[in-house]
Design a protein around this ligand. Structure first.
Ligand SMILES: *[C@@H]1O[C@H](CO)[C@@H](O)[C@H](O)[C@H]1NC(C)=O
Ligand SMILES: *[C@@H]1O[C@H](CO)[C@@H](O)[C@H](O)[C@H]1NC(C)=O
Ligand SMILES: *[C@@H]1O[C@H](CO)[C@@H](O)[C@H](O)[C@H]1NC(C)=O
Ligand SMILES: *[C@@H]1O[C@H](CO)[C@@H](O)[C@H](O)[C@H]1NC(C)=O
Ligand SMILES: *[C@@H]1O[C@H](CO)[C@@H](O)[C@H](O)[C@H]1NC(C)=O
Ligand SMILES: *[C@@H]1O[C@H](CO)[C@@H](O)[C@H](O)[C@H]1NC(C)=O
Ligand SMILES: *[C@@H]1O[C@H](CO)[C@@H](O)[C@H](O)[C@H]1NC(C)=O
Length: 429
C-alpha cells in the first residue's frame, strides 16, 4: 500500500512537470532551459504562437517557414541566437528583425529560394556579430543591405549565385571574416573591398576570377589569410598584392598561372604559399627574396623543369617544399639544387631528380669543357635583385610619399630589425 502511494505520487509529479513544460514550450519543440528553444525538424510552416518573450536562443532549422514579416519576431527582444537555416524562406519583409537589437548570431543558410534581400532586411540588428547567408540563391545584394550591421564580424555568402563582388561592404568596419566561396565571380574591382579595414580572412575560393584590378587589396592591412584557390587567374602583376603586409597564408592553387615574377615581394609576413596545380614554368630568381618568414612552399603539379639558382637563398624559415609532379630536367642548371639540398634542414618532397650522372663520377668529376654536362662552368652571372629594384622604380620623377615608399620603409625596418647585429646593407635600403 505504502509503495503504491509513492508510485501514484510519482506519476502525478511527472505528469505535472510535463504539463509545466508544455505550458511554456511550443508542442512541437523542446525547451531546456526555457530560454533555449529547439524546434528543428518540427514540420513548422509558421512560428508557433507560444514562444516566450524571454527566449534567448531559438533553433528553427529544417522546417518549412516561407515568409517572415515584421510581426514574426516582434516580441522576442531578448533573442541572442536565431537559426532559420534549411527552411523555404522566399521573402524577408523589410524590418523583420527590427526588434532584435540583442541578436548576435543569425543563420539564414540553405534557403534556396532566397534570391533577393531588401535594403532594410537587417535594419535594427545593431549587435549582430555573425550572419550566415550561404547556400541560398542570392544573385544580387543591395548596396545598403549590410550598412545596418555595425558590429558584424563574420559574413558567409558562400555557395550563392553572385557574378560580381557586391558593392555592399562599405560600412563593415568590424568585419574580420568574409566568405564568397563557390559563387561565379569573375572580377575583383579596385574599390569593392577597400573599407574592410579589420578583415583577417578573405575567402574567394572556387569562383571564376580572372581579373583583379591593381589596388584591390591595398587597404587590407590586417588580412592574414587570402584564399584565391580554384579560380582562372593567369596573370600576377607585380603590384597585385601590395598592402598585404600582415598576410600569413596565400592560396593560389588550381589557377592558370604560368610565370612568377615579383608579385610576392612585399608579403613580409607570409608563412604559407600555395602555388600548386598551376602551369608555372618559370619563376624569377628573386621571386621569394624578402619572404623571411616563409615556412611552406607548395609548387607541386606545375610545369617546372628547373628552379633558378638564387630562389631559396634568403629563406631562413623555410621548412617544407613540395615539388612533386613537375617535368624536372636534371641538368647542370639544377646542379646547385643538389648542393643546396645537402644543406637544407627542412623537408623536401617530390623532386624525383635522379641526376642522370649523379652516381656517374666520370661524368660529374671530369666533364670535358663545353660538354653539356660540364657543371663546373660558372653559373650565369647572378642578376641584380630585380624585384627589389622594381619596388623603387615605380614612380619616376620627384619622389612622393606614396604607399610604395611606405612599404619600402617597412621592408627596410624589418630588415634592420631582423639583423640588428649585422652591418651589411640591404640592396634596396
Ligand atoms: C508548474 O506549474 C505550477 C502552476 O501551474 C507552478 O506552481 C509550479 O511552480 C510549476 N513548476 C515548475 C517546475 O515550473
Ligand atoms: C539547430 O538544429 C540543427 C538540427 O536541425 C542542429 O544541427 C544545430 O546544431 C542546432 N543549432 C544549435 C545552435 O543548437
Ligand atoms: C506580443 O506581445 C503582445 C503583448 O505584449 C501580444 O498582444 C502579442 O500577441 C504578441 N505578439 C506575438 C506575435 O506573439
Ligand atoms: C516552398 O515554397 C514554394 C513556394 O514559394 C512551394 O511551391 C514549395 O512547395 C515549398 N516547398 C516546401 C517543401 O514547402
Ligand atoms: C556608412 O559609412 C559612411 C562613412 O563611411 C557613412 O557616411 C554612412 O552614413 C554609413 N551608412 C550607414 C547606413 O550607416
Ligand atoms: C610547359 O612548359 C613548356 C616550356 O618549358 C611549354 O612549351 C609547354 O607548352 C608548357 N606546357 C603547359 C601544359 O603549359
Ligand atoms: C657515365 O656517363 C658517361 C658519359 O655521360 C656514359 O658514357 C656512361 O655510360 C655513364 N656510366 C654510367 C654507369 O651511367
Amino acid at each position: 500500500m505504502f509503495f503504491l502511494v509513492i508510485f501514484i505520487f510519482n506519476c502525478a509529479a511527472k505528469a505535472g512537470l510535463s504539463l509545466n513544460i508544455s505550458d511554456s514550450c511550443p508542442s512541437m519543440c523542446k525547451c531546456a532551459p526555457e530560454e533555449v528553444i529547439h524546434c528543428n525538424r518540427a514540420g513548422l510552416r509558421a512560428l508557433p504562437g507560444e514562444i516566450a518573450a524571454s527566449t534567448v536562443s531559438l533553433n528553427l532549422s529544417n522546417n518549412y517557414l516561407r515568409i517572415l514579416t515584421t510581426n514574426t519576431f516582434r516580441n522576442l527582444t531578448f533573442l541572442h541566437s536565431l537559426w532559420l537555416d534549411g527552411n523555404n524562406l522566399t521573402f524577408l519583409s523589410p524590418g523583420t528583425f527590427h526588434a532584435l537589437s540583442k541578436l548576435r548570431e543569425l543563420d539564414l543558410s540553405r534557403n534556396s529560394r532566397l534570391t533577393y534581400l531588401h535594403a532594410n532586411t537587417f535594419r535594427g540588428l545593431l549587435n549582430l556579430i555573425s550572419l550566415d547567408l550561404s547556400h541560398c540563391n542570392i544573385f544580387e545584394i543591395h548596396p545598403l543591405l549590410f550598412s545596418h550591421l555595425p558590429s558584424l564580424e563574420r559574413l558567409n555568402l558562400a555557395s550563392n549565385n553572385m557574378r560580381y563582388v557586391p558593392q555592399a561592404f562599405s560600412n563593415l568596419s568590424s568585419l574580420t571574416r568574409l566568405s564568397l566561396e563557390s559563387n561565379h565571380i569573375e572580377a575583383i574591382g579596385r574599390d569593392s573591398l577597400k573599407d574592410l579595414e579589420s578583415l583577417y580572412d578573405l575567402n574567394l575560393r572556387k569562383n571564376r576570377i580572372w581579373i583583379i584590378q591593381n589596388g584591390a587589396f591595398t587597404r587590407l592591412l590586417r588580412l592574414g589569410v587570402l584564399n584565391l584557390g580554384h579560380n582562372f587567374i593567369a596573370d600576377l602583376p607585380n603590384q597585385l598584392f601590395n598592402g598585404l603586409i600582415q598576410l600569413k597564408t596565400m592560396h593560389l592553387e588550381a589557377n592558370r598561372i604560368t610565370d612568377i615574377d615579383c608579385t610576392f615581394r612585399l608579403l613580409l609576413n607570409l608563412r604559407n604559399l600555395y602555388l600548386n596545380n598551376n602551369q608555372i614554368s618559370s619563376i624569377s630568381d628573386s621571386a621569394f627574396s624578402y619572404l623571411n618568414k616563409l615556412h611552406f612552399l607548395h609548387l607541386s603539379k606545375n610545369n617546372l623543369s628547373s628552379l633558378p639558382l638564387r630562389l631559396f637563398v634568403e629563406l631562413p624559415k623555410l621548412k617544407y617544399v613540395f615539388l612533386s609532379h613537375n617535368p624536372w630536367k636534371c641538368d647542370c642548371k639544377m646542379f646547385w639544387f643538389l648542393r643546396w639540398t645537402a644543406m637544407f634542414r627542412g623537408a623536401l618532397e617530390g623532386l624525383d631528380c635522379s641526376f642522370p650522372n649523379r652516381h656517374n663520377t666520370t661524368a660529374l668529376g671530369g666533364p670535358q669543357p663545353g660538354d653539356p654536362m660540364d657543371c663546373t662552368a660558372p653559373p650565369e652571372l647572378e642578376s641584380k635583385d630585380k624585384c627589389g629594384a622594381a619596388g623603387i622604380s615605380v614612380a619616376p620623377g620627384p619622389p612622393a610619399p606614396t604607399s610604395e615608399v611606405f612599404l619600402l620603409v617597412a621592408i627596410c625596418h624589418t630588415w634592420y630589425f631582423a639583423r640588428r647585429w649585422d652591418t651589411s646593407a640591404h640592396p634596396i635600403c
